[in-house]
Design a protein around this ligand. Structure first.
Ligand code: ADP
Ligand code: MG
Ligand code: MG
Length: 369
């Protein structure tokens, strides 16, 4: 473990900063990286703040590729924001180079990177009111709009097949066949639920392969706490946490947001009667997302939005079930059968979406005119 003094004197000091680091403290509520905020003295009593992060090396094993994605996407955004007369230090992340010119640096086996601190904005941890969910939809939609002409195929696929539902289905079948913990017998119904929906697993993958929908820059972690909300206006100004930026489909980001944000119950709720799709939240997110996208989604993508929501939920449930069958090796569990509980909520939500399919499509149509 590095001491805070070491991070300040040995790590922060190796970045291209305009002055001496006077203060460095742990910062924020991120669960993936270790985040610090540091203050730099500019002279004449002026200061400037920065974010320093020790990147999580369990989840991301190629800091070089990851940081190339981040630098390429943020420099693209920076140019657009400048052209539109915005504030490029607040409306996108900005990577601060290391003294040796690199995008990140290695210190005693850990990898660090630095960003300009976005001042005058706050990150909210939870959706407290529908307005928050709406704000996040607009921000992620706007992020998609700004990147609509980015050549997504030039980004590194830092987690291979992340939302390839077809290959996730293959992994799932393998887990059932191997049945290493002899758990398959207890979950016949859940396994059948997956098998019955095999044709669905192809819908987005095939549309991408056949170029019916475009490959796009996807964020892949579209939580409310990855948006900075302006303290004055209450509006989202910047999408942060770009570690999982990859080539993919807009339907992945939209769908995953609905999966975790429009569920009436918790992801591991045992009482399945509490699980359903909240159509009001579905409506609000869809409205915000399409507004944010501002016409950048194609007709085919818009038509597939309900399928995006269903497939992301289905895929997630299938991964929980596969992990349960493998003996809980991927997702952290906090009690026995935790992965099974999670799988059941996701499948309940899928079933509920299927029963509300007409309403979901009507909502999408309402906002796509
Ligand atoms: P994690 O992957 O661990 O969630 P994040 O990149 O989301 O890491 O950062 C964790 C927290 O640090 C954010 O939720 C936010 O509060 C804060 N943060 C990150 N980047 C900045 C920034 N450029 N300016 C201000 N705060 C930031
Ligand atoms: Mg985050
Ligand atoms: Mg993250």
């Amino acid at each position: 473990e590095l001491s805070i003094e070491e991070v300040k004197n040995e790590v922060a000091a190796r970045f291209r900063l305009p002055g001496e680091v006077t203060l460095l403290q742990p910062y924020g509520n991120g669960h993936i990286n270790d985040t610090f905020c540091l203050t730099c003295a500019l002279g004449e009593g002026k200061t400037k703040r920065y974010i320093l992060q020790r990147m999580n090396d369990d989840i991301f094993n190629s800091p070089k590729e990851l940081m190339e994605n981040v630098v390429n996407v943020t420099s693209f955004l920076r140019k657009k924001i400048i052209a539109a007369g915005g504030d490029p230090d607040r409306e996108t992340l900005n990577v601060v180079p290391a003294a040796d010119g690199g995008n990140y640096l290695e210190y005693k086996g850990d990898f660090f990177r630095m960003y300009i601190f976005i001042e005058g904005a706050t990150c909210f941890e939870q959706v407290k009111q529908p307005e928050d969910f709406y704000n996040s939809a607009v921000s992620f939609g706007n992020f998609q709009k700004l990147l609509a002409d980015y050549p997504a195929d030039t980004l590194h696929e830092t987690i291979v097949n992340f939302h390839n539902t077809v290959s996730r289905f293959r992994d799932f079948k393998k887990a059932v066949e191997e049945d290493v913990c002899e758990r398959a017998e207890n979950v016949r119904e859940e396994i059948q639920f997956v098998l019955d929906r095999e044709p669905d697993t192809h819908v987005i993958c095939d549309a991408l392969i056949q170029k019916k929908i475009p490959l796009r820059v996807t964020h892949n972690d579209t939580k409310l706490n990855n948006i900075m909300i302006d303290n004055e206006t209450g509006k989202g100004i910047c999408v942060i946490d770009l570690d999982t930026v990859m080539p993919g489909s807009a339907l992945y980001d939209y769908g995953d947001s609905i999966r975790f944000g429009a569920n009436t119950g918790a992801e591991d709720e045992k009482n399945l009667a509490l699980i359903s799709l909240d159509l009001e939240l579905f409506d609000i997110y869809t409205k915000g997302y399409l507004e944010g996208c501002g016409g950048s989604l194609t007709k085919e993508e818009i038509e597939l939005l309900p399928m995006g929501a269903k497939l992301m939920t289905f895929e997630c449930g299938m991964r929980f079930l596969a992990d349960y069958l493998k003996g809980d090796v991927y997702f952290k569990i906090h009690k026995p059968e935790h992965n099974l509980d999670r799988c059941r909520t996701q499948f309940r939500l899928v079933a509920d979406m299927e029963s509300k399919w007409e309403q979901m499509n009507a909502i999408v149509r309402k906002y796509s005119k």
